[in-house]
Design a protein around this ligand. Structure first.
Ligand code: ADP
Length: 541
Protein backbone atom coordinates (compact mmCIF):
# COMPACT_ATOMS: atom_id res chain seq x y z
CA UNK A 1 0.00 0.00 0.00
CA UNK A 2 1.13 3.52 -0.75
CA UNK A 3 1.31 5.90 2.15
CA UNK A 4 0.70 8.90 -0.03
CA UNK A 5 -0.30 11.24 2.77
CA UNK A 6 2.24 13.94 3.17
CA UNK A 7 1.14 15.58 6.40
CA UNK A 8 4.16 15.78 8.68
CA UNK A 9 3.36 14.85 12.26
CA UNK A 10 5.51 14.89 15.36
CA UNK A 11 4.27 11.41 16.22
CA UNK A 12 6.72 9.15 14.45
CA UNK A 13 7.70 7.48 17.67
CA UNK A 14 7.90 3.66 17.51
CA UNK A 15 8.75 3.35 21.20
CA UNK A 16 5.65 5.33 22.16
CA UNK A 17 3.56 3.19 19.82
CA UNK A 18 4.62 -0.13 21.35
CA UNK A 19 4.10 1.06 24.90
CA UNK A 20 0.66 2.47 23.91
CA UNK A 21 -0.29 -0.91 22.43
CA UNK A 22 0.75 -2.65 25.64
CA UNK A 23 -1.23 -0.21 27.76
CA UNK A 24 -4.36 -0.41 25.54
CA UNK A 25 -4.17 -4.22 25.61
CA UNK A 26 -4.02 -4.12 29.40
CA UNK A 27 -7.05 -1.78 29.49
CA UNK A 28 -9.25 -3.24 26.70
CA UNK A 29 -7.99 -6.82 26.38
CA UNK A 30 -5.95 -8.41 23.55
CA UNK A 31 -8.96 -9.01 21.34
CA UNK A 32 -9.86 -5.30 21.10
CA UNK A 33 -6.44 -4.05 20.01
CA UNK A 34 -5.68 -5.31 16.53
CA UNK A 35 -2.35 -5.05 14.70
CA UNK A 36 -3.00 -7.72 12.09
CA UNK A 37 -1.56 -6.47 8.80
CA UNK A 38 -4.37 -7.72 6.60
CA UNK A 39 -7.05 -5.96 8.67
CA UNK A 40 -4.97 -2.78 8.83
CA UNK A 41 -4.48 -2.69 5.10
CA UNK A 42 -8.25 -3.08 4.59
CA UNK A 43 -8.97 -0.21 6.98
CA UNK A 44 -6.32 1.98 5.40
CA UNK A 45 -7.83 1.64 1.94
CA UNK A 46 -10.19 4.25 0.60
CA UNK A 47 -12.06 4.68 -2.67
CA UNK A 48 -10.13 7.84 -3.51
CA UNK A 49 -6.75 6.15 -4.23
CA UNK A 50 -5.18 8.07 -1.37
CA UNK A 51 -4.59 5.31 1.17
CA UNK A 52 -3.09 5.64 4.62
CA UNK A 53 -2.12 2.51 6.51
CA UNK A 54 -2.89 2.74 10.25
CA UNK A 55 -0.57 1.21 12.84
CA UNK A 56 -3.41 -0.46 14.74
CA UNK A 57 -7.15 -0.44 15.23
CA UNK A 58 -8.77 -0.44 18.67
CA UNK A 59 -12.35 -1.01 19.75
CA UNK A 60 -13.47 0.82 22.91
CA UNK A 61 -16.99 0.04 24.10
CA UNK A 62 -17.72 2.70 26.71
CA UNK A 63 -17.17 6.39 27.37
CA UNK A 64 -14.63 5.55 30.10
CA UNK A 65 -12.71 3.34 27.70
CA UNK A 66 -12.57 6.08 25.07
CA UNK A 67 -11.28 8.44 27.74
CA UNK A 68 -8.54 5.94 28.72
CA UNK A 69 -7.65 5.35 25.08
CA UNK A 70 -7.13 9.09 24.56
CA UNK A 71 -5.16 9.47 27.81
CA UNK A 72 -2.81 6.64 26.86
CA UNK A 73 -2.41 8.03 23.34
CA UNK A 74 -1.46 11.37 24.86
CA UNK A 75 1.09 9.87 27.23
CA UNK A 76 2.68 7.88 24.41
CA UNK A 77 2.30 10.52 21.73
CA UNK A 78 0.34 8.38 19.26
CA UNK A 79 -2.26 10.04 16.99
CA UNK A 80 -5.79 8.61 16.90
CA UNK A 81 -8.27 8.57 14.07
CA UNK A 82 -11.88 8.06 15.28
CA UNK A 83 -14.41 6.34 13.04
CA UNK A 84 -17.97 5.37 13.80
CA UNK A 85 -18.62 2.69 11.16
CA UNK A 86 -16.01 3.76 8.60
CA UNK A 87 -18.31 3.97 5.57
CA UNK A 88 -17.33 7.48 4.55
CA UNK A 89 -16.97 6.27 0.94
CA UNK A 90 -15.79 8.89 -1.51
CA UNK A 91 -14.50 11.09 1.34
CA UNK A 92 -11.71 8.81 2.63
CA UNK A 93 -13.66 5.79 4.00
CA UNK A 94 -12.00 4.69 7.28
CA UNK A 95 -8.54 5.74 6.16
CA UNK A 96 -6.79 8.05 8.69
CA UNK A 97 -6.02 11.70 8.09
CA UNK A 98 -2.29 11.10 8.52
CA UNK A 99 0.31 8.36 8.62
CA UNK A 100 1.29 6.50 11.84
CA UNK A 101 -2.21 6.78 13.33
CA UNK A 102 -4.24 4.32 15.32
CA UNK A 103 -7.87 3.98 14.22
CA UNK A 104 -10.40 4.14 17.06
CA UNK A 105 -13.31 2.11 15.77
CA UNK A 106 -16.46 3.05 17.72
CA UNK A 107 -18.81 0.60 16.02
CA UNK A 108 -19.13 -1.47 19.22
CA UNK A 109 -20.43 1.56 21.11
CA UNK A 110 -23.81 0.98 19.59
CA UNK A 111 -26.43 1.57 22.27
CA UNK A 112 -29.63 3.42 21.55
CA UNK A 113 -29.71 5.10 24.92
CA UNK A 114 -33.16 6.64 24.74
CA UNK A 115 -35.99 7.14 22.32
CA UNK A 116 -38.53 9.70 23.47
CA UNK A 117 -41.72 9.11 21.45
CA UNK A 118 -43.43 12.19 22.89
CA UNK A 119 -40.74 14.74 22.13
CA UNK A 120 -39.48 12.84 19.08
CA UNK A 121 -35.79 12.33 19.64
CA UNK A 122 -33.22 9.56 20.01
CA UNK A 123 -30.02 9.61 22.05
CA UNK A 124 -27.46 7.37 20.36
CA UNK A 125 -23.86 6.24 20.54
CA UNK A 126 -21.53 6.46 17.51
CA UNK A 127 -21.91 2.82 16.45
CA UNK A 128 -25.69 3.06 15.98
CA UNK A 129 -26.43 2.53 12.29
CA UNK A 130 -29.29 3.76 10.13
CA UNK A 131 -30.67 0.21 9.92
CA UNK A 132 -30.42 -0.28 13.67
CA UNK A 133 -32.46 2.82 14.52
CA UNK A 134 -34.98 2.02 11.78
CA UNK A 135 -35.43 -1.54 13.14
CA UNK A 136 -35.69 -0.27 16.71
CA UNK A 137 -38.51 2.13 15.80
CA UNK A 138 -40.35 -0.49 13.72
CA UNK A 139 -39.96 -3.33 16.23
CA UNK A 140 -41.18 -1.14 19.08
CA UNK A 141 -44.08 0.27 17.02
CA UNK A 142 -42.90 3.83 17.59
CA UNK A 143 -44.59 5.95 14.92
CA UNK A 144 -41.48 8.05 14.31
CA UNK A 145 -39.02 8.20 11.49
CA UNK A 146 -35.72 9.95 10.75
CA UNK A 147 -33.77 11.31 7.83
CA UNK A 148 -31.97 8.44 6.10
CA UNK A 149 -29.02 9.01 3.75
CA UNK A 150 -28.45 7.25 0.43
CA UNK A 151 -25.36 5.56 1.87
CA UNK A 152 -25.42 2.00 3.13
CA UNK A 153 -27.89 1.04 5.90
CA UNK A 154 -24.75 0.08 7.88
CA UNK A 155 -23.41 3.65 8.03
CA UNK A 156 -23.70 5.31 11.41
CA UNK A 157 -25.88 8.29 12.33
CA UNK A 158 -23.13 10.13 14.22
CA UNK A 159 -20.44 9.66 11.51
CA UNK A 160 -22.70 11.41 9.02
CA UNK A 161 -23.78 14.07 11.51
CA UNK A 162 -20.22 15.07 12.44
CA UNK A 163 -19.38 15.49 8.75
CA UNK A 164 -22.54 17.61 8.31
CA UNK A 165 -24.08 15.15 5.87
CA UNK A 166 -27.63 15.28 4.62
CA UNK A 167 -30.56 13.22 3.37
CA UNK A 168 -33.86 13.69 1.59
CA UNK A 169 -36.54 14.77 4.09
CA UNK A 170 -37.58 17.89 6.02
CA UNK A 171 -34.83 17.00 8.50
CA UNK A 172 -32.25 16.66 5.74
CA UNK A 173 -29.68 18.86 7.48
CA UNK A 174 -28.38 16.42 10.08
CA UNK A 175 -26.37 18.88 12.11
CA UNK A 176 -29.29 21.29 12.36
CA UNK A 177 -31.47 18.47 13.70
CA UNK A 178 -29.13 17.27 16.42
CA UNK A 179 -27.99 18.48 19.82
CA UNK A 180 -26.40 17.55 23.17
CA UNK A 181 -23.04 16.17 22.09
CA UNK A 182 -20.90 14.25 24.54
CA UNK A 183 -17.27 14.55 23.48
CA UNK A 184 -13.97 13.16 24.76
CA UNK A 185 -11.59 15.97 23.90
CA UNK A 186 -8.01 15.48 22.75
CA UNK A 187 -6.95 16.45 26.29
CA UNK A 188 -9.01 13.44 27.55
CA UNK A 189 -11.57 15.62 29.35
CA UNK A 190 -15.29 15.11 28.74
CA UNK A 191 -17.27 18.04 27.33
CA UNK A 192 -21.05 18.09 27.05
CA UNK A 193 -22.64 20.69 24.80
CA UNK A 194 -25.85 22.74 25.07
CA UNK A 195 -28.01 22.04 28.12
CA UNK A 196 -26.26 18.67 28.42
CA UNK A 197 -23.60 20.70 30.23
CA UNK A 198 -25.99 21.57 33.07
CA UNK A 199 -26.52 18.67 35.49
CA UNK A 200 -30.19 17.89 35.93
CA UNK A 201 -31.40 19.99 32.97
CA UNK A 202 -34.43 18.29 31.43
CA UNK A 203 -33.90 20.27 28.24
CA UNK A 204 -30.63 18.83 26.88
CA UNK A 205 -32.20 16.83 24.06
CA UNK A 206 -34.81 19.34 22.98
CA UNK A 207 -33.14 22.74 22.68
CA UNK A 208 -30.06 23.10 20.54
CA UNK A 209 -28.48 26.24 21.85
CA UNK A 210 -28.36 25.69 25.61
CA UNK A 211 -27.02 28.81 27.27
CA UNK A 212 -23.84 30.65 26.42
CA UNK A 213 -21.83 29.95 23.29
CA UNK A 214 -23.14 27.09 21.14
CA UNK A 215 -20.27 24.65 20.87
CA UNK A 216 -21.77 21.68 18.96
CA UNK A 217 -20.51 22.97 15.64
CA UNK A 218 -16.90 22.82 16.83
CA UNK A 219 -17.09 19.05 16.75
CA UNK A 220 -18.24 18.79 13.14
CA UNK A 221 -15.71 18.70 10.31
CA UNK A 222 -12.91 19.12 12.81
CA UNK A 223 -10.43 17.16 14.93
CA UNK A 224 -10.91 18.48 18.46
CA UNK A 225 -12.46 15.40 20.06
CA UNK A 226 -14.26 12.08 19.77
CA UNK A 227 -18.06 12.31 19.87
CA UNK A 228 -19.36 9.52 22.08
CA UNK A 229 -23.06 10.42 22.17
CA UNK A 230 -25.55 12.80 20.56
CA UNK A 231 -29.27 13.50 20.31
CA UNK A 232 -30.87 13.11 16.89
CA UNK A 233 -34.28 14.61 16.31
CA UNK A 234 -36.95 12.36 14.83
CA UNK A 235 -40.06 13.13 12.80
CA UNK A 236 -43.57 11.70 13.11
CA UNK A 237 -44.37 9.24 10.34
CA UNK A 238 -46.13 11.37 7.72
CA UNK A 239 -49.93 11.62 7.88
CA UNK A 240 -49.98 11.92 4.12
CA UNK A 241 -46.99 11.39 1.92
CA UNK A 242 -46.44 12.03 -1.77
CA UNK A 243 -43.36 12.01 -3.93
CA UNK A 244 -42.76 14.77 -6.45
CA UNK A 245 -40.97 13.67 -9.60
CA UNK A 246 -40.02 16.20 -12.26
CA UNK A 247 -37.93 15.78 -15.38
CA UNK A 248 -35.98 18.52 -17.14
CA UNK A 249 -34.79 17.63 -20.61
CA UNK A 250 -31.70 19.87 -20.71
CA UNK A 251 -29.30 21.92 -18.57
CA UNK A 252 -31.04 24.95 -19.94
CA UNK A 253 -34.47 23.87 -18.68
CA UNK A 254 -33.06 23.30 -15.19
CA UNK A 255 -31.13 26.56 -15.16
CA UNK A 256 -34.20 28.51 -16.23
CA UNK A 257 -36.26 26.90 -13.46
CA UNK A 258 -33.79 27.89 -10.71
CA UNK A 259 -35.70 31.08 -9.81
CA UNK A 260 -39.00 29.19 -9.50
CA UNK A 261 -37.40 26.48 -7.37
CA UNK A 262 -35.93 29.16 -5.11
CA UNK A 263 -39.32 30.83 -4.73
CA UNK A 264 -40.95 27.50 -3.89
CA UNK A 265 -38.30 26.79 -1.23
CA UNK A 266 -38.42 30.30 0.23
CA UNK A 267 -42.22 30.28 0.43
CA UNK A 268 -42.24 26.92 2.26
CA UNK A 269 -44.11 25.01 -0.47
CA UNK A 270 -41.21 22.55 -0.81
CA UNK A 271 -40.25 21.73 2.79
CA UNK A 272 -38.19 18.60 2.08
CA UNK A 273 -34.73 18.59 0.54
CA UNK A 274 -34.97 18.55 -3.24
CA UNK A 275 -32.63 16.14 -5.03
CA UNK A 276 -31.96 16.72 -8.69
CA UNK A 277 -29.90 13.93 -10.25
CA UNK A 278 -28.59 13.86 -13.78
CA UNK A 279 -28.94 10.93 -16.17
CA UNK A 280 -25.56 9.43 -15.25
CA UNK A 281 -26.19 9.66 -11.51
CA UNK A 282 -29.35 7.56 -11.94
CA UNK A 283 -28.05 5.45 -14.85
CA UNK A 284 -25.02 4.37 -12.83
CA UNK A 285 -27.28 3.03 -10.10
CA UNK A 286 -29.19 0.97 -12.67
CA UNK A 287 -26.32 -0.51 -14.68
CA UNK A 288 -22.56 -0.42 -15.09
CA UNK A 289 -20.67 1.19 -17.99
CA UNK A 290 -21.56 -0.55 -21.26
CA UNK A 291 -17.99 -1.76 -21.90
CA UNK A 292 -17.39 -2.88 -25.48
CA UNK A 293 -20.48 -1.07 -26.79
CA UNK A 294 -19.21 2.51 -26.89
CA UNK A 295 -16.98 4.55 -29.19
CA UNK A 296 -14.66 5.46 -26.33
CA UNK A 297 -14.20 2.99 -23.49
CA UNK A 298 -13.59 5.87 -21.08
CA UNK A 299 -16.92 7.74 -21.17
CA UNK A 300 -20.24 7.97 -23.01
CA UNK A 301 -20.78 10.45 -25.84
CA UNK A 302 -24.01 12.41 -26.16
CA UNK A 303 -25.75 9.82 -28.38
CA UNK A 304 -24.83 7.07 -25.94
CA UNK A 305 -26.18 9.15 -23.09
CA UNK A 306 -29.44 9.68 -24.95
CA UNK A 307 -29.64 5.89 -25.37
CA UNK A 308 -29.07 5.48 -21.63
CA UNK A 309 -31.89 7.93 -20.92
CA UNK A 310 -34.24 6.07 -23.25
CA UNK A 311 -33.30 2.67 -21.87
CA UNK A 312 -34.19 3.60 -18.31
CA UNK A 313 -36.87 6.18 -19.04
CA UNK A 314 -34.95 9.01 -17.37
CA UNK A 315 -34.23 12.61 -18.39
CA UNK A 316 -31.15 14.80 -18.46
CA UNK A 317 -32.16 16.02 -14.97
CA UNK A 318 -34.52 14.23 -12.61
CA UNK A 319 -35.98 15.97 -9.57
CA UNK A 320 -37.15 14.10 -6.51
CA UNK A 321 -38.76 15.66 -3.43
CA UNK A 322 -41.35 14.61 -0.89
CA UNK A 323 -44.48 16.31 0.35
CA UNK A 324 -46.04 15.49 3.68
CA UNK A 325 -48.61 16.91 6.09
CA UNK A 326 -52.39 16.93 6.16
CA UNK A 327 -54.03 15.97 2.88
CA UNK A 328 -54.99 19.64 2.41
CA UNK A 329 -51.37 20.78 2.92
CA UNK A 330 -50.05 18.18 0.49
CA UNK A 331 -52.66 19.13 -2.12
CA UNK A 332 -51.98 22.86 -1.69
CA UNK A 333 -48.20 22.45 -2.00
CA UNK A 334 -48.57 20.11 -4.97
CA UNK A 335 -50.74 22.62 -6.76
CA UNK A 336 -48.34 25.54 -6.03
CA UNK A 337 -45.43 23.43 -7.34
CA UNK A 338 -47.29 22.44 -10.49
CA UNK A 339 -48.17 26.09 -11.20
CA UNK A 340 -44.64 27.34 -10.57
CA UNK A 341 -42.87 24.70 -12.66
CA UNK A 342 -45.34 24.56 -15.55
CA UNK A 343 -43.45 24.91 -18.84
CA UNK A 344 -40.07 24.03 -17.32
CA UNK A 345 -40.43 20.30 -16.80
CA UNK A 346 -42.73 17.30 -16.76
CA UNK A 347 -44.22 16.75 -13.30
CA UNK A 348 -45.63 13.67 -11.64
CA UNK A 349 -46.96 13.52 -8.11
CA UNK A 350 -47.06 10.00 -6.77
CA UNK A 351 -49.30 9.48 -3.73
CA UNK A 352 -48.61 7.06 -0.92
CA UNK A 353 -51.40 4.82 -2.21
CA UNK A 354 -49.73 4.58 -5.61
CA UNK A 355 -46.38 3.96 -3.92
CA UNK A 356 -47.88 1.09 -1.93
CA UNK A 357 -49.33 -0.49 -5.05
CA UNK A 358 -46.00 -0.07 -6.86
CA UNK A 359 -44.22 -1.53 -3.88
CA UNK A 360 -46.17 -4.76 -4.29
CA UNK A 361 -44.80 -4.91 -7.83
CA UNK A 362 -41.29 -4.24 -6.57
CA UNK A 363 -40.91 -7.84 -5.47
CA UNK A 364 -42.40 -8.97 -8.76
CA UNK A 365 -40.06 -6.57 -10.60
CA UNK A 366 -37.09 -8.14 -8.89
CA UNK A 367 -38.27 -11.64 -9.80
CA UNK A 368 -38.75 -10.55 -13.40
CA UNK A 369 -35.32 -8.93 -13.42
CA UNK A 370 -36.74 -5.42 -13.78
CA UNK A 371 -34.00 -3.72 -11.84
CA UNK A 372 -35.17 -0.21 -12.70
CA UNK A 373 -38.55 -0.60 -10.98
CA UNK A 374 -37.06 -2.25 -7.88
CA UNK A 375 -34.22 0.29 -7.62
CA UNK A 376 -36.34 3.34 -8.31
CA UNK A 377 -38.79 2.23 -5.63
CA UNK A 378 -36.07 1.70 -3.05
CA UNK A 379 -34.97 5.26 -3.71
CA UNK A 380 -38.54 6.48 -3.17
CA UNK A 381 -38.83 4.45 0.05
CA UNK A 382 -35.56 6.02 1.20
CA UNK A 383 -37.40 9.34 1.17
CA UNK A 384 -39.83 7.87 3.71
CA UNK A 385 -36.96 6.83 5.96
CA UNK A 386 -36.41 3.22 4.88
CA UNK A 387 -32.63 2.58 4.64
CA UNK A 388 -31.46 1.11 1.35
CA UNK A 389 -28.13 0.40 -0.30
CA UNK A 390 -29.52 0.92 -3.83
CA UNK A 391 -27.61 4.15 -4.42
CA UNK A 392 -24.29 2.52 -3.42
CA UNK A 393 -24.48 0.58 -6.69
CA UNK A 394 -23.53 3.81 -8.49
CA UNK A 395 -19.95 3.39 -7.25
CA UNK A 396 -19.64 0.22 -9.40
CA UNK A 397 -20.21 2.12 -12.68
CA UNK A 398 -16.69 1.41 -13.96
CA UNK A 399 -16.49 -2.15 -12.65
CA UNK A 400 -17.01 -5.07 -15.00
CA UNK A 401 -18.52 -7.31 -12.32
CA UNK A 402 -21.03 -6.36 -9.64
CA UNK A 403 -21.39 -8.68 -6.64
CA UNK A 404 -24.78 -10.25 -6.02
CA UNK A 405 -24.31 -10.05 -2.25
CA UNK A 406 -23.61 -7.06 0.05
CA UNK A 407 -22.01 -4.15 -1.82
CA UNK A 408 -18.73 -2.85 -0.42
CA UNK A 409 -16.95 -0.34 -2.66
CA UNK A 410 -13.72 -0.46 -0.63
CA UNK A 411 -13.50 -4.26 -0.74
CA UNK A 412 -14.31 -4.27 -4.46
CA UNK A 413 -11.84 -1.51 -5.32
CA UNK A 414 -14.42 0.91 -6.69
CA UNK A 415 -13.07 4.42 -7.19
CA UNK A 416 -15.20 7.35 -6.10
CA UNK A 417 -14.29 10.90 -5.13
CA UNK A 418 -16.95 13.40 -4.18
CA UNK A 419 -16.43 17.06 -4.97
CA UNK A 420 -19.18 18.99 -3.19
CA UNK A 421 -19.36 22.69 -4.02
CA UNK A 422 -22.07 24.99 -2.71
CA UNK A 423 -23.62 27.08 -5.48
CA UNK A 424 -26.12 29.93 -4.97
CA UNK A 425 -29.60 28.96 -6.11
CA UNK A 426 -29.76 31.32 -9.08
CA UNK A 427 -29.83 30.66 -12.82
CA UNK A 428 -26.61 32.64 -13.24
CA UNK A 429 -24.63 30.57 -10.76
CA UNK A 430 -26.09 27.23 -11.74
CA UNK A 431 -25.19 27.95 -15.35
CA UNK A 432 -21.57 28.83 -14.49
CA UNK A 433 -21.24 25.76 -12.30
CA UNK A 434 -22.60 23.40 -14.95
CA UNK A 435 -20.58 24.87 -17.83
CA UNK A 436 -17.33 24.66 -15.86
CA UNK A 437 -17.97 21.20 -14.42
CA UNK A 438 -19.04 19.67 -17.73
CA UNK A 439 -15.96 21.07 -19.48
CA UNK A 440 -13.59 19.67 -16.84
CA UNK A 441 -15.20 16.24 -17.03
CA UNK A 442 -14.96 16.30 -20.83
CA UNK A 443 -11.27 17.31 -20.66
CA UNK A 444 -10.53 14.33 -18.43
CA UNK A 445 -12.76 11.90 -20.30
CA UNK A 446 -14.81 10.97 -17.27
CA UNK A 447 -18.57 10.46 -17.15
CA UNK A 448 -20.41 13.40 -15.61
CA UNK A 449 -22.15 12.05 -12.54
CA UNK A 450 -23.93 15.07 -11.05
CA UNK A 451 -26.40 15.83 -8.31
CA UNK A 452 -27.81 19.13 -7.10
CA UNK A 453 -29.54 19.16 -3.71
CA UNK A 454 -31.60 22.09 -2.50
CA UNK A 455 -30.92 21.54 1.17
CA UNK A 456 -31.76 25.08 2.15
CA UNK A 457 -33.75 27.86 0.53
CA UNK A 458 -30.75 29.60 -0.96
CA UNK A 459 -28.02 27.08 -1.67
CA UNK A 460 -27.48 24.18 -4.03
CA UNK A 461 -25.32 21.54 -2.34
CA UNK A 462 -23.86 19.95 -5.40
CA UNK A 463 -22.36 16.48 -5.41
CA UNK A 464 -20.06 15.95 -8.32
CA UNK A 465 -19.17 12.25 -8.41
CA UNK A 466 -15.95 11.14 -10.02
CA UNK A 467 -16.47 7.42 -10.42
CA UNK A 468 -13.61 5.27 -11.68
CA UNK A 469 -11.98 1.87 -11.46
CA UNK A 470 -9.43 1.92 -8.68
CA UNK A 471 -7.72 -1.09 -10.22
CA UNK A 472 -6.87 0.89 -13.36
CA UNK A 473 -3.90 3.20 -12.64
CA UNK A 474 -4.43 5.44 -15.68
CA UNK A 475 -8.10 5.88 -14.92
CA UNK A 476 -7.25 6.63 -11.26
CA UNK A 477 -4.78 9.28 -12.35
CA UNK A 478 -7.34 10.95 -14.63
CA UNK A 479 -9.86 10.87 -11.76
CA UNK A 480 -7.48 12.56 -9.34
CA UNK A 481 -6.50 15.20 -11.89
CA UNK A 482 -10.18 15.81 -12.60
CA UNK A 483 -10.88 16.29 -8.87
CA UNK A 484 -8.06 18.78 -8.41
CA UNK A 485 -9.07 20.73 -11.49
CA UNK A 486 -12.69 20.84 -10.28
CA UNK A 487 -11.76 22.12 -6.82
CA UNK A 488 -9.38 24.74 -8.20
CA UNK A 489 -11.76 26.03 -10.85
CA UNK A 490 -14.86 25.96 -8.66
CA UNK A 491 -13.01 27.80 -5.86
CA UNK A 492 -11.91 30.41 -8.40
CA UNK A 493 -15.54 30.88 -9.43
CA UNK A 494 -16.48 31.36 -5.76
CA UNK A 495 -18.04 27.92 -5.18
CA UNK A 496 -15.82 26.16 -2.61
CA UNK A 497 -16.75 22.67 -1.39
CA UNK A 498 -18.69 22.09 1.84
CA UNK A 499 -17.16 18.71 2.66
CA UNK A 500 -13.73 17.14 2.14
CA UNK A 501 -11.88 13.86 2.40
CA UNK A 502 -10.21 13.07 5.71
CA UNK A 503 -6.79 13.72 4.18
CA UNK A 504 -7.57 16.50 1.69
CA UNK A 505 -5.23 19.42 1.22
CA UNK A 506 -7.11 22.57 2.24
CA UNK A 507 -4.58 25.18 1.18
CA UNK A 508 -6.20 25.55 -2.23
CA UNK A 509 -9.45 26.43 -0.45
CA UNK A 510 -8.31 28.70 2.41
CA UNK A 511 -5.15 30.12 0.84
CA UNK A 512 -1.87 30.42 2.75
CA UNK A 513 -2.63 33.17 5.28
CA UNK A 514 -6.14 32.89 6.52
CA UNK A 515 -7.13 33.98 10.02
CA UNK A 516 -9.90 31.36 10.06
CA UNK A 517 -7.24 28.61 9.88
CA UNK A 518 -5.23 30.35 12.63
CA UNK A 519 -8.27 30.40 14.93
CA UNK A 520 -8.96 26.70 14.26
CA UNK A 521 -5.35 25.90 15.20
CA UNK A 522 -5.71 27.98 18.38
CA UNK A 523 -8.85 26.04 19.36
CA UNK A 524 -7.00 22.80 18.61
CA UNK A 525 -4.29 23.92 21.02
CA UNK A 526 -6.88 24.31 23.80
CA UNK A 527 -8.83 21.09 23.24
CA UNK A 528 -6.02 18.89 22.00
CA UNK A 529 -2.63 20.36 22.92
CA UNK A 530 -0.71 17.18 21.99
CA UNK A 531 -2.43 16.99 18.59
CA UNK A 532 -3.70 13.50 19.22
CA UNK A 533 -7.00 13.50 17.33
CA UNK A 534 -6.94 13.19 13.51
CA UNK A 535 -4.00 15.55 12.85
CA UNK A 536 -4.41 17.49 9.62
CA UNK A 537 -8.14 16.75 9.13
CA UNK A 538 -9.80 19.73 7.41
CA UNK A 539 -6.35 21.36 7.44
CA UNK A 540 -6.36 21.77 11.23
CA UNK A 541 -3.04 20.98 12.84
P1 ADP B 1 -19.96 6.30 9.01
O1 ADP B 1 -20.14 5.66 10.32
O2 ADP B 1 -21.16 7.04 8.58
O3 ADP B 1 -19.50 5.31 8.03
P2 ADP B 1 -17.31 7.26 9.40
O4 ADP B 1 -17.08 6.41 10.57
O5 ADP B 1 -16.68 6.80 8.13
O6 ADP B 1 -18.85 7.44 9.16
O7 ADP B 1 -16.86 8.74 9.75
C1 ADP B 1 -16.99 9.82 8.87
C2 ADP B 1 -16.03 10.92 9.28
O8 ADP B 1 -16.41 11.42 10.56
C3 ADP B 1 -14.58 10.50 9.45
O9 ADP B 1 -13.76 11.55 9.01
C4 ADP B 1 -14.40 10.28 10.93
O10 ADP B 1 -13.10 10.57 11.36
C5 ADP B 1 -15.39 11.26 11.54
N1 ADP B 1 -16.02 10.64 12.72
C6 ADP B 1 -16.82 9.58 12.70
N2 ADP B 1 -17.28 9.30 13.91
C7 ADP B 1 -16.74 10.20 14.74
C8 ADP B 1 -16.85 10.42 16.13
N3 ADP B 1 -17.63 9.66 16.88
N4 ADP B 1 -16.14 11.44 16.66
C9 ADP B 1 -15.37 12.23 15.90
N5 ADP B 1 -15.25 12.08 14.57
C10 ADP B 1 -15.92 11.07 13.99
Amino acid sequence: MNNTNEIVTPHQNPLGFSSAIKAWRARLGEERVCTEQQILSEIGRSCTSKDTLPLAVIFPETLEEVQSVVKLAQINNVPLYPISCGKNWGYGSASPSCANSVVVNLSRMNRIIEVNPELAYAVVEPGVTQQQLYDYLENNHIPLTFDVTGSTPHASLIGNLVERGSGPSRYADHFLNSTAFEVVLGNAKILRTGFESIPGAKTASIFKYGIGPTLDGLFTQSNFGIVTQATIWLMPKPMNFSVLLASFNSDRALIEAAGQLRKLKLSGCLPSAVHIANDLRIGSVLQNFPFGQTLDNRCLNSTERTNLQKKWNISEWNLLASLDGTSKQVRANASAIKDALKGFCKIQICSEKTLNILNKYRVLGRILGQRDLATKLSVLRLMKGVPSSSAVRGTYWRKRKIPENELDPVRDKCGVIWCSPIVPLTSRDLSKFLTTTRQIFADHKIDQNLGVTLLTERACCCTVGIVFDLEDPLESERANNCYHSLVKNLCELGYPPYRLSSNANTEIIYGKDNYFSDVCSAIKQVFDPHKIIAPGKYGIS
